[in-house]
Design a protein around this ligand. Structure first.
Ligand SMILES: [Zn+2]
Length: 162
């Protein structure tokens, strides 16, 4: 995954941003013209804009006091990490949907059950974690997809792996 933006941030700022991201400070992420907008919770709710071109990050802005003078802040780091995570989740979902579509395309007329094996430390595992910890965000990401993964509970997964 493209990490060209890492050098925009001083090490201390970057580390604080990573903590923000890990602690779930990124509350929202949605598409806007020319990129994405994230809401990051700090002392206040800050609006971070991620300017992208073909999914590649070109620049970021934040409306916090610290970033006002042109500094790169921790809110931007947190938003960028969420953005990066969102892209890798999309890639996994696309691959899963392609596998399902393929099985239908090769003329399978009976009911097709597609098993998804969740391996530890992979993006698939992240989706399962996401399903548990950020179910509202997951719903947003998965909505519009007729994806079985969106309807499965943790115990469904466990049963599957059993
Ligand atoms: Zn900021």
């Amino acid at each position: 995954m493209d990490n060209n933006w890492r050098n925009w941030f001083a090490d201390t700022i970057y580390r604080r941003g990573v903590q923000y991201y890990k602690n779930g400070h990124v509350r929202e992420m949605h598409k806007i013209t020319g990129g994405y907008e994230a809401i990051v919770a700090g002392h206040y709710l800050y609006r971070v804009e991620i300017i992208t071109e073909n999914d590649r990050v070109k620049d970021t802005h934040c409306n916090c006091q610290y970033a006002y003078s042109g500094e790169k802040c921790k809110h931007q780091v947190a938003a960028l990490l969420e953005y990066k995570d969102m892209l890798s989740r999309q890639i996994v979902l696309e691959a899963q949907n392609q596998a399902t579509d393929r099985s239908h395309r090769i003329g399978q007329k009976k009911t097709v059950t597609v098993f998804k094996l969740i391996a530890k430390g992979t993006n698939e595992e992240k989706i399962v974690e996401l399903q548990n910890s950020k179910s509202d965000l997951a719903e947003e990401i998965l909505s519009g997809e007729t994806n079985i993964i969106s309807k499965m509970t943790e115990s469904d997964f466990m049963e599957l792996l059993g």
